[in-house]
Ligand binder design. Structure first.
Ligand SMILES: N[C@@H](CCC(=O)N[C@@H](CS)C(=O)NCC(=O)O)C(=O)O
Length: 258
């Protein structure tokens, strides 16, 4: 039985849960204490040195990085196949996954910082959200042009689809829905048991999100501004948000390894 250290709202976690479910592999999901605050300890923190979810535990073996987990699961349980056998199709899927993890995820995360953590209000919030909507529509167009038949990997649902799904579903739920072929793909993917269950868990976790702002104010949360997320703020008009958060002590950067 696998253990997945998770937060149901994390798109990286969702990818791994969809893969486990597609492969019919049972797992126990555990939420680490201190996630979101930079204060994780114990078994989770040993498994995930950057203190990020997901972490995957296979007996004595611990993995961090969602992409590494997906490759591990594919190597260990090749059937049903999620990564196409054709090297070019497999590489295309990995390239799409890379764009989702770095570019698309950063937009959704920034929208959360503005809407729910209320890092900006009024005109400043409106300008940042408009920029996020513009970038989302642009990326949705990029994705639409990469759909090859019913799925991103061709005839079978796979690695690329489960990497695209969490971010596109989250943007759609937030009012930045895709159109045309990508909208039809989202509907098709959302009907799969693996996806439906994972998105239901995410929606249930989202119910408590109106407390997000209070969690920042009280010092309970110290949000991790890492790599592409930090870059999004700096290049999309949110440099002040970063400075304010650093001054208020409710922003942190990646954990240093020791
Ligand atoms: N590159 C990592 C990114 C994982 C990541 O950023 N996870 C976030 C949640 S979406 C996290 O755990 N952040 C630590 C925190 O918020 O305390 C992966 O693919 O697994």
């Amino acid at each position: 039985m696998y253990i997945v250290w998770e937060h149901p709202l994390s798109p990286y976690v969702q990818k791994v849960k969809i893969a486990l479910r597609e492969k019919g592999l049972p797992f126990e999901a555990r939420m680490p204490d201190g996630i979101g605050a930079g204060g994780a300890e114990g078994a989770f923190s040993r498994a995930s040195p950057l203190q990020e979810v997901p972490a995957l535990i296979d007996g004595e073996f611990a993995l961090f990085e969602s992409g590494v987990m997906l490759e591990y699961l594919e190597d260990k349980h090749p059937e049903p196949r999620l990564i196409p056998a054709d090297p070019k199709a497999a590489a295309r899927g990995r390239m799409i996954a890379r764009i989702m993890d770095t570019q698309y995820e950063a937009i959704n995360w920034a929208v959360g910082e503005i809407k729910y953590f209320r890092r900006a209000e009024g005109d400043r919030a409106a300008a940042l959200l408009a920029e996020a909507a513009r970038q989302t529509a642009q990326l949705n167009g990029w994705l639409s042009r990469r759909l090859e038949g019913p799925w991103f990997c061709g005839e079978a649902f796979g690695y690329a689809d489960l990497s695209v799904l969490p971010c596109v579903a989250s943007a759609a739920a937030d009012g930045r829905a895709p159109e045309g072929a990508l909208a039809a793909w989202l509907e098709r993917a959302s009907a799969r048991d693996s996806v439906r269950q994972t998105l239901e868990e995410s929606r249930a976790a989202f119910a408590g999100f109106e407390l997000a702002h209070a969690a920042i104010q009280s010092g309970l949360f110290k949000r991790q501004y890492r790599d592409h997320r930090l870059e999004w703020m700096m290049r999309s008009g949110g440099a002040e948000i970063v400075r304010e958060g650093v001054n208020a002590g409710n922003i942190r950067f990646s954990t240093e390894l020791s």
